[in-house]
Design a protein around this ligand. Structure first.
Ligand code: ZN
Length: 150
């Protein structure tokens, strides 16, 4: 469903739906790091000066920051003209910033989501045999986002 909001000038504009497709292999990475994510989340909620960032894979990162008061799932990109290095990877438009209350709700359905999606039966890159060698790791487009630009 598309929602609209009225601007002060009286015109209506579309409210962007909060949505982001997350491949199960990247959701698996989220689950592997669930304990540290929840710890960062609880600290952020408590107002601790937390700045947590997790590379889920490809160009997708999860960030928890008490200053932005949300759990941010966001695709990154390299602005035109900049060299293809990790340092130049910037947060882009595609993404969802979940308010703390929304993330709480997400966590409360996570068990159900895990069961329904069978995500725990999937191997994340870090769990697969093939990723024991440094070369494989470096050439993987999920583990090494720079591979997506070469
Ligand atoms: Zn990989």
């Amino acid at each position: 469903m598309t929602s609209y909001e009225k601007s002060p000038s009286g015109s209506y504009s579309k409210i962007p739906n909060k949505s982001l497709k997350i491949p199960l292999i990247l959701l698996r990475v989220f689950i592997i790091h669930l304990d540290s994510i929840l710890e960062a989340f609880e600290n952020a909620k408590a107002g601790e000066p937390i700045s947590y960032s997790l590379h889920l894979g490809g160009l997708l990162y999860l960030r928890i920051d008490k200053n932005i008061r949300c759990v941010d799932w966001r695709k990154h990109y390299i602005p035109k003209g900049l060299s293809h290095t990790l340092e130049n990877l910037k947060p882009g438009m595609p993404g969802v910033g979940m308010k703390f209350i929304e993330f709480d709700a997400f966590i409360s359905i996570l068990e159900q989501l895990r069961e329904l999606s069978h995500v725990d039966e999937i191997l994340a890159c870090s769990e697969s045999e093939g990723h024991k060698s440094a070369t494989t790791l470096e050439n993987c487009k999920i583990c090494n986002p720079m591979k997506l630009f070469s």
